[in-house]
Design a protein around this ligand. Structure first.
Ligand code: NAD
Ligand code: ZN
Length: 357
C-alpha cells in the first residue's frame, strides 16, 4: 500500500479530574472475574494517586520500576508472571511517563503473542491483538500515548514493536496528574515533544496531515517555554495537548537526526530518551539552525542543565557501537536528509558529532 493506513487510539478522554472516571471507563471492558492489571510508575508508591486506582475483585496494582527504560526481558517477565498468576486478564492499564505507557503496551501484546517481545522488535511483526490496554500519562511529551510503537531495549537493539495492534484502546489525558513532575524531568520530556515537531516539520516526509499537528504542538511548546515566565496549571494543560499533537505529527511522518543519534547514546550508555535528545539537539545547528537556536534559548530561560562531555573517554569500539545503532535507523535519516542521506551522514561525520557530545 503506498499510503499508510493509520491505526489510531480508539477512545480519548481529556480534562482535569478525568482520571476519576477510570472505574466507569473500565467497567464494560471487564471479562468475568479476569482482573485488570494496573502498572503505576514507581514514583507514585505511597503517593495519593496510588490510593485512587479503582481496584475491583482480583485486580492487581504493580509499581513499575522505570529506573531504566523498558527492556524486552522486563516485559517478558511481567507477562509470564501474570499468565502464571491469572491465566488470562481483562486488561493492562499503564499510568506513568513514556516508560510505563510503553511497558503496558508491550505487556498487553505479550499476553497473547507467543515467544519473547524481542521477536517482535521491528515493523508489523505482531500478528495477534493483545489484551485491552489503556494509557494514562503522568508526564507529557513523548507522544507514547498516541503512537503505534512501544520502544524496548532488547538483546541486540533498541527498537519498538511497531504494529497496528500496538496503539492503546483508551487514553485518559488528565493534566492534573503531571503537576508534581520535577522541573528538569518535565523539561527533558517536554523537549522530546519540541524535537518531534522540529524533526517532523523540517523532514522530507512532511505532508499536510503531519504539518497541521506539528505546527500546533510547536506553537504550544513555544507558548510554554519561550513566552511564559513561570509554570502554572495552564502549562500542564498545554503540554499534554502538545504531546498528543506532536505524537500525531510523527505518526504520519518520522523523527530525525536528534533521535537517530540519541538512540545510539541510549543503547550504549543507557542515556534516557528525553535528556539524550536534549544532549544531541544542543549540537545540531547544521541540521536545524532555527530550532537549535530556540532550543538553546529555552534551556537558558528555564534554567536547565544539559550534560556535556558524556562521550569523552569512550573507546573506538564503543563509538562504533553507537554509530551502528544510529546508522540502522534508516527511515529517520532518510526523513532528515533525504534519499541520499548516506552520502551526507558518513560514519566519520557521525563520529565527529558523537565526540562533541
Ligand atoms: P519516563 O517515563 O522514563 O520517566 C522519567 C522519570 O519521571 C521516572 O523516574 C519516573 O518515575 C518519573 N515520573 C513520571 N511521572 C512523574 C510525575 N508525575 N511526577 C514525578 N515524577 C514522575 O520518562 P518519559 O520521558 O515520559 O519517557 C521516556 C520513555 O518513553 C523512554 O523509554 C522512551 O523510549 C519512550 N518513548 C516512547 C515513545 C513511543 O512512541 N512509544 C516515544 C518517545 C519516547
Ligand atoms: Zn522522542
Amino acid at each position: 500500500m503506498s499510503f499508510r493506513n493509520f491505526k489510531m487510539v480508539s477512545y480519548v478522554v481529556y480534562g482535569r479530574g478525568s482520571f476519576n472516571q477510570l472505574d466507569e471507563i473500565l467497567a464494560p471492558q471487564r471479562k468475568g472475574d479476569a482482573p485488570m492489571v494496573f502498572l503505576l510508575d514507581h514514583f507514585f508508591e505511597g503517593k495519593p494517586l496510588a490510593g485512587r486506582i479503582p481496584l475491583r475483585g482480583k485486580d492487581k496494582l504493580i509499581f513499575a520500576d522505570v529506573t531504566y527504560e523498558p527492556k524486552t526481558t522486563q516485559v517478558d517477565a511481567l507477562a509470564a508472571q501474570l499468565k502464571e498468576e491469572f491465566g488470562t486478564i481483562s486488561g493492562v492499564i499503564g499510568i506513568g511517563g513514556g516508560s510505563v505507557m510503553d511497558l503496558a503496551k508491550a505487556v498487553s501484546l505479550m499476553m497473547t503473542n507467543p515467544g519473547s517481545s524481542a521477536d517482535y522488535q521491528g515493523w508489523d511483526l505482531v500478528k495477534v491483538p493483545g489484551v485491552y490496554k489503556a494509557g494514562i500519562p503522568t508526564l507529557s511529551g513523548t507522544g507514547a500515548e498516541v503512537s503505534r510503537t512501544t520502544v524496548l531495549t532488547g538483546p541486540t537493539r533498541k527498537l519498538g514493536m511497531n504494529s497496528d495492534f500496538t496503539p492503546f484502546d483508551q487514553i485518559v489525558l488528565d493534566p492534573e496528574l503531571t503537576k508534581d513532575a520535577p522541573a528538569n524531568q518535565r523539561f527533558y520530556t517536554g523537549m522530546d515533544c519540541y524535537i518531534h515537531c522540529i524533526e517532523s516539520l523540517q523532514g522530507t516526509y512532511i505532508n499536510e496531515f503531519s504539518k497541521s499537528y506539528g505546527e500546533k504542538a510547536l506553537q504550544l511548546c513555544q507558548e510554554i517555554y519561550v513566552h511564559r515566565n513561570s509554570w502554572d496549571e495552564e502549562c500542564d494543560d498545554k503540554l499534554m495537548m502538545a504531546s498528543y499533537a506532536g505524537g500525531m505529527s510523527i505518526a504520519y511522518s518520522q523523527v530525525g537526526v536528534a533521535h537517530a543519534v540519541s538512540y545510539g547514546l541510549s543503547y550504549l550508555l543507557g542515556t534516557k530518551h528525553g535528556i539524550g535528545n536534549c544532549i544531541v539537539m544542543n549540537h545540531l545547528e547544521e541540521y536545524y539552525p532555527e530550532g537549535v537556536k530556540e532550543f538553546k534559548f529555552m534551556v537558558e530561560k528555564n534554567n536547565i542543565d544539559i550534560p556535556k562531555g558524556i562521550c569523552s573517554g569512550l573507546t573506538d569500539e564503543q563509538f562504533d557501537t553507537m554509530i551502528n545503532v544510529s546508522m540502522g535507523m534508516k527511515p529517520l535519516w532518510e526523513n532528515a536528509l533525504g534519499k541520499n542521506w548516506e552520502q551526507i551522514m558518513t560514519r566519520e561525520k557521525l563520529r565527529t558529532l558523537y565526540e562533541k557530545l
